[in-house]
Design a protein around this ligand. Structure first.
Ligand SMILES: [Fe+2]
Ligand SMILES: [Fe+2]
Length: 146
């Protein structure tokens, strides 16, 4: 499996979670509930970003340079990570809900940029063979049998 296809599949699963959370989070009445859902999302979202950083972005660095699209993507990973961390210590329920919904909104836009821009650049710069090699590393880390 090419790493870009694997990451696209992960995006698809996240979209289902984003839709569900967008529906239920505004109605939650306890901060802990929002935080627990946020922690569940963070477990998957932070590892998704780390896999991108460590495998795909690093392979793209020599082709695209550290500035430009990679800089933007890494910066957005930091923003998402920071908001998810802050969610752990927020006390007000409304504030927690707002923070989690913001994370989802930033992540949606971030994913769209990757799908429409960066992953396509990755295909052009790295080609099938390298992307498949990185896909094998992705599978190992995610513990998926391919
Ligand atoms: Fe990303
Ligand atoms: Fe992504």
């Amino acid at each position: 499996v090419k790493i870009t296809d694997a990451l696209l599949g992960e995006h698809g699963a996240f979209y289902a979670q984003f839709d569900h959370l967008t529906q239920i989070v505004p109605n939650l009445t306890a901060t802990e509930q929002v935080q627990q859902l946020g922690a569940l999302l963070a477990a998957a979202l932070k590892t998704h970003a780390r896999l991108e950083d460590d495998l795909l972005f690093q392979a793209l660095d020599p082709h695209l340079g550290p500035m430009g699209p990679l800089h933007v993507m890494r910066h957005e990973h930091d923003i998402i990570d920071g908001s998810l961390d802050r969610l752990e210590t927020v006390e007000d329920t409304g504030e927690a809900a707002k923070l989690l919904l913001e994370v989802i909104s930033v992540a949606r836009e971030h994913f769209a940029k990757e799908e429409q821009g960066l992953y396509r650049m990755a295909q052009q710069c790295l080609g099938d063979e390298k992307l498949t090699e990185l896909g094998a590393e992705w599978a190992k880390i995610r513990k998926v049998v391919v």
